[in-house]
Design a protein around this ligand. Structure first.
Ligand code: CP
Length: 311
């Protein structure tokens, strides 16, 4: 089966804000098709570069699995210390060099805006696999695909996001992506890790309902359709004393789910540290491991779209 994929104005996939509602719906439909038929030789003869300047398990391995299942070849690195950037080579020069070798670049970088910058200095598509605390759009696509699979709809859902809402790029991307679907958001974070004002301004401008809480209360859990837990990210703190103050602030356990809605599903972009107790893993409402599996199909949809297969 060969899909004809021709949507999204941009050839790169840098921010979920660049995608219309139709783009997102088309991408999750395509992900669903790849879930049905994951092995297709759409990328035969293509070389895909994965440049990970920051650590990753899921994102890199699921992108590479996606490419392998589509018959493409992968080059790249998972540790920038082994590359010439450790000798002082600029990101610009690295991107220009790799553009000579590959048909698409998938990159994770600690600097916010790095993927956008890369997309402006090369003619090949750039896929953002996370840029600092800014965006993680491929995670958002798999999150939205997971929400759709578990809820049967994307519309009118109550989505509670818990943890590090200040530095959490998955949170920033997901609220942007879900803004097309009339959500109600509950944001649970300590004062130090509250959602940045820029995202609240975005929601105010777009008439999106939201509330902010410092307490992770039963009321908040019991009204949720999706509980999106996040890790407090040690690597984003310049002052580790500040990290120690907030690192264990919210821990979800099984007992807290007793009166939750039947359709509630618990998502987490992972890695988890201790914000979800191990006893939740066997609860049928825990969905984070299946969510990570959905990453392969979502990333097959992204790669095949930016390379514009069938057109
Ligand atoms: N969710 C996510 O980005 O995981 P990794 O950091 O392991 O890629």
């Amino acid at each position: 089966m060969i899909y004809t994929i021709n949507y999204m104005d941009s050839k790169s996939f840098v921010s979920i804000a660049d995608c219309s509602k139709d783009d997102i719906l088309q991408l999750i439909r395509t992900a669903g098709q790849f879930e049905q038929h994951p092995n297709q030789k759409l990328l035969e003869g293509k070389v895909c570069a994965t440049l990970f300047f920051e650590p990753s398990t899921r994102t890199r391995l699921s992108f590479e699995t996606a490419i392998n299942r589509l018959g493409g070849r992968v080059i790249g690195f998972s540790d920038a210390a082994t590359t010439s950037s450790s000798k002082g080579e600029t990101l610009k020069d690295t991107i220009k060099m790799v553009s000579n070798y590959a048909d698409v670049i998938i990159m994770r970088h600690h600097l916010e805006g790095a993927a956008r910058y890369a997309s402006e200095i090369t003619d090949i598509p750039i896929v953002n696999a996370g840029d600092g605390a800014n965006q993680h759009p491929s995670q958002t696509l798999l999150d939205i695909y997971s929400i759709y699979k578990t809820q049967g709809t994307l519309e009118n859902l109550t989505i509670t996001m818990v943890g590090d809402l200040k530095y959490g790029r998955t949170v920033h991307s997901l609220l942007t992506g879900m803004s097309h679907f009339n959500p109600t958001f509950c944001f649970v974070a300590p004062e130090e890790l509250r959602l940045p004002d820029i995202y609240k301004q975005f929601m105010d401008k777009n008439g999106i309902r939201y509330s902010e809480h410092t307490e992770f209360s039963q009321d908040v859990i019991n009204q949720s359709d999706i509980l999106y837990m996040t890790r407090v990210q040690r690597e984003r703190f310049t002052d580790l004393i500040e990290y120690e103050k907030v690192k264990n602030v919210y821990v979800l356990n099984n007992q807290m789910l007793e009166n939750s809605k039947d359709n509630l599903r618990i998502l987490h972009p992972l890695p988890r540290v201790n914000e979800i107790a191990q006893d939740v893993d066997d609860n049928p409402k825990a969905y984070y491991f299946e969510q990570a599996k959905n990453g392969v199909f979502a990333r097959q949809a992204i790669i095949s779209t930016v390379l514009n297969y069938g057109t």
